[in-house]
Design a protein around this ligand. Structure first.
Ligand code: NAP
Ligand code: GLV
Length: 306
């Protein structure tokens, strides 16, 4: 019986060793070099080539190696098996830390000073007055991010699919309340999953509903944003700046005009990267659960898409 690690383009020695320590009696193999595909019962997966799970005829469950499962569920040949995803306090802390840094970057006008430096311009400015944050997506990550910015002194609103009652967060729900949720925000943070319902959901109507001078941060998935609408909102208003950590195509191609846009800060999908040492125990636990026919930790609702 074995576990297959199907995570192309990533060094997997550390994950393999740590999983082996946690599960000494189970073979941990790195796809595509599988000794016996029929022996694989559990797969740890991230951005798998479509179709590659079909040869694993005895597979019992699929463990996503990250929080977002869009790349797994987009495989039209995905076997009808339970899928689980990563929920990890270390991942949440990383996301909160990244967003805290980015919001402070804009608050301190470091975007402006960076442009001034390129032209040897010495022009002091007071910090931007950023007092309100709206978080789109109030799940594991969005909920913690909303709480963090409340504690940091911001007025916080949030938007989710279902109605929520979070202390300290003005909650909005459903398509009809999206524009209301963002209308007063100085900073809008996207932490939605990419699903059929959210693809291109942040469109022209969305960007035109933002407050003049607003800052938009996307740490979710690139395809949630209609890029043409984003660029129009930066060029003609109301958006002052955008920070993008995620893109439709990753790595972002070298000739993509987003790279050169003066009001866009680009980071290469680094806001919250799965930490091997902190997630091994939940992966091993899920393997045992799958073997015993028990429900997985952090299950994904395949119909909902997250
Ligand atoms: P989660 O716990 O599943 O939360 C998702 C939230 O989005 C929920 O509040 C959900 O509403 C809301 N939502 C889903 N569909 C919606 C819709 N159609 N309209 C309005 N709200 C909707 O997910 P998470 O763990 O917080 O992660 C969020 C996303 O962050 C992931 O899917 C992934 O794409 C991204 N991510 C990025 C990085 C990075 O490094 N850039 C790292 C980790 C995760 P309900 O609460 O009503 O269900
Ligand atoms: C990273 O993007 C994740 O979804 O974990």
């Amino acid at each position: 019986m074995s576990i297959a690690l199907i995570i192309p383009d990533r060094k997997l020695d550390d994950l393999q060793q740590r999983l082996q320590q946690a599960l000494p009696d189970t073979a941990i193999e790195i796809w595509p070099e599988l000794e016996d595909p029929a022996a694989v019962e559990f797969a740890v997966v991230w951005k798998q080539p479509h179709g590659c799970l079909n040869g694993l005829v005895n597979l019992e469950a699929i463990q996503c190696f990250g929080a977002g499962v869009d790349s797994i569920l987009s495989d039209p040949t995905l076997p009808d098996l339970p899928v689980s995803r990563i929920v990890d306090p270390a991942l949440t802390d990383a996301m909160v830390g990244y967003l805290d840094g980015i919001v402070n970057y804009y608050r301190l006008q470091l975007d402006v000073f960076s442009r001034q430096q390129q032209q040897s311009v010495w022009r002091p400015k007071s910090p931007r007055k950023l007092s309100s944050v709206t978080v789109l997506g109030l799940g594991e990550l969005g909920g913690a991010v909303a709480e963090h910015f409340h504690k940091a002194g911001y007025q916080v609103a949030g938007w989710a699919r279902s109605g929520k009652h979070l202390q300290n967060v003005q909650c909005y729900a459903g398509d009809a309340q999206l524009q209301q949720a963002v209308a007063a925000a100085d900073v809008v943070i996207c932490l939605l999953p990419l699903t059929p319902a959210t693809e291109n959901r942040l469109n022209q109507d969305f960007f035109q509903a933002l407050k003049p001078g607003a800052i938009f941060i996307n740490v979710a998935r690139g395809a949630i944003v209609d890029e043409t609408a984003l660029l129009a909102a930066l060029e003609q208003g109301p958006l002052a700046a955008a920070c993008l950590d995620v893109f439709r195509r990753e790595p972002l191609p070298g000739n993509d005009p987003l790279w050169q846009h003066p009001a866009i800060l680009i980071t290469p999908h680094v806001s919250a990267v799965t930490n091997v040492s902190t997630v091994v125990s939940q992966i091993a636990d899920n393997y045992r659960r799958a073997q015993q026919g028990r429900p997985l930790l952090n299950p994904v609702d395949r119909l909902r898409g997250y």
